[in-house]
Design a protein around this ligand. Structure first.
Ligand SMILES: [Ca+2]
Length: 126
């Protein structure tokens, strides 16, 4: 079953120099282990990303990310928000990590209205 995920941040930390944060949300999934048999717990794999929203600490991303929901498996989802310094189209979205949210996909599916809000766990990088 496909799930279309939309992302927004509020009160994002300003990590840019001279202007406000330019951010994108990047989605990773980790699955491949059955809930009844914890083995082969995989690595997080890149699934998709939103567009970059410039100079905004409360970005509402337009570009969604579609994931494949496997209800018989335990799926971990990691949403990482990055400051994007290099805005060229070929640049990686994985630039300066601001913070992450780790969830189970199941948490999103079972949340009221399919909407879930979590604090960003901030990462300080020099
Ligand atoms: Ca900026």
């Amino acid at each position: 079953m496909e799930l279309e995920l939309h992302f927004a941040c509020s009160g994002l930390k300003n990590v840019d120099v001279g202007s406000l944060t330019d951010s994108a949300a990047v989605v990773y999934l980790r699955s491949g282990y059955k809930s009844f048999k914890i083995s082969g717990r995989g690595q997080y794999k890149f699934v998709g990303k939103t567009e970059t929203i410039t100079d905004n600490l409360n970005p509402v991303y337009v570009q969604s990310v579609v994931i494949n929901y496997l209800f018989e498996e335990k799926q971990d989802i990691r949403i990482a928000v990055y400051q994007i310094d290099d805005l060229s189209p070929q640049a990686s979205a994985e630039q300066k990590l601001i913070g992450v949210v780790d969830l189970h996909v199941h948490d999103i599916v079972t949340s009221p209205g399919g909407k879930i809000e979590r604090p960003l766990v901030e990462y300080d990088q020099e």
